[in-house]
Write a protein that binds this ligand. Sequence first.
Ligand SMILES: *Cc1c(COP(=O)(O)O)cnc(C)c1O
Length: 405
Amino acid sequence: MFKANENYLKLPGSYLFSTVGRKQREYSAAHPDKKVIRLSIGDVTQPLAPAIIERLHKAVDEMAVAETFKGYAPDLGYEFLRNTIAKNDYADRGVDISADEIFVSDGAKSDSANIQEIFTADSKIAVCDPVYPVYVDSNVMAGRTGTYDKNTELWSDVIYMPCLADNNFAPELPKETPDIIYLCFPNNPTGATIKKDQLQEWVDYANKVGAVIIYDAAYEAYISEEDVPHTIYECEGAKTCAIELKSFSKNAGFTGTRLGYAVVPKNLKDADGVSMHSLWARRHGTKFNGAPYIVQAAGDAVYSDEGKAQTKAQIAYYMNNAKVISQGLKDAGYTVSGGVNAPYIWLKTPNNMSSWDFFDYLLENANVVGTPGSGFGPSGEGYFRLTAFGTYENTVEAIERIKNM
Ligand SMILES: *Cc1c(COP(=O)(O)O)cnc(C)c1O
């Protein structure tokens, strides 16, 4: 008789957002007259920008004509898109990443979950706490995390790096040496960032101890402050220790359209000199058949002059919401961080309420849904995440309700 992969059976509980959704539906069913506002979603709400839509239409028309029809895409991505990315995201920032170090994918969630496959099974991972759940869960599935402690909600073989208010929610270098370090800046869920000299310390550390950094830069486009790095390759030596993941989801509204990329530098070699670039190319070639042509064409349009201007305006719209949330909560006496270089606001629950108690309190008294910080890890307990991805009108109304609670 066949047997399930025992590693999958170790995954604890239900996915955070299923619980949030269920609680919201139960409340709405019991109170059909109340308008519930969701500031919980990590998903965009603005439609795709006109320049992107136009390119999508054109690409669809190309598929209808024999001369311009496209079958399988090259599995590492179309040359036109990889060149555009290399120029705009790297060369224009003074960073030397070549087009063939860029692997186009269907998004950063799959890349961040799959990248661990090219490292040995007994690699030790280090993650921030709180953290985007995909990094740990994908390593649980790979059997790399040891045993789970229900009380502490920690895995025995994972190195946790608590991100707390004392350090502006930035991790400290771990005491135990990891093989793989997951970093995400600007951060989901805390909205925190680190400065370039702080990231340089991580790069120096990784090169010194022989660790690899998986750098999730999904929110790069939200950076508004000087001195906050847009790519880890701005740091000296990053090409021998870092893989960078990018997504078109949050900067250009591709959450439903699906496009992302990973940078695996050719100089990234393991202890025996094995090229991780070749391994990822091999993995991509075997397990991925390329992002759709029409989507890659649309992705290229994100970097056109119109595309840049239009997506910039969308980000400004969300960041204005972030300001409304941040300022409104401060006026109401809350302790708030994030929301400056990221569409996430991280707030301290009032009166030492637990994250889930505050979730219920907010739902019942303001009819606003957010995300409990504890759902992202034990160090998130006592915190709460609100997102700026709603409409302006709903955001203003939600904050007015919270102020009047
Ligand atoms: C949204 C998000 C992503 C992007 O996922 P896609 O699969 O590209 O939509 C990646 N990392 C983090 C931390 C995110 O919040």
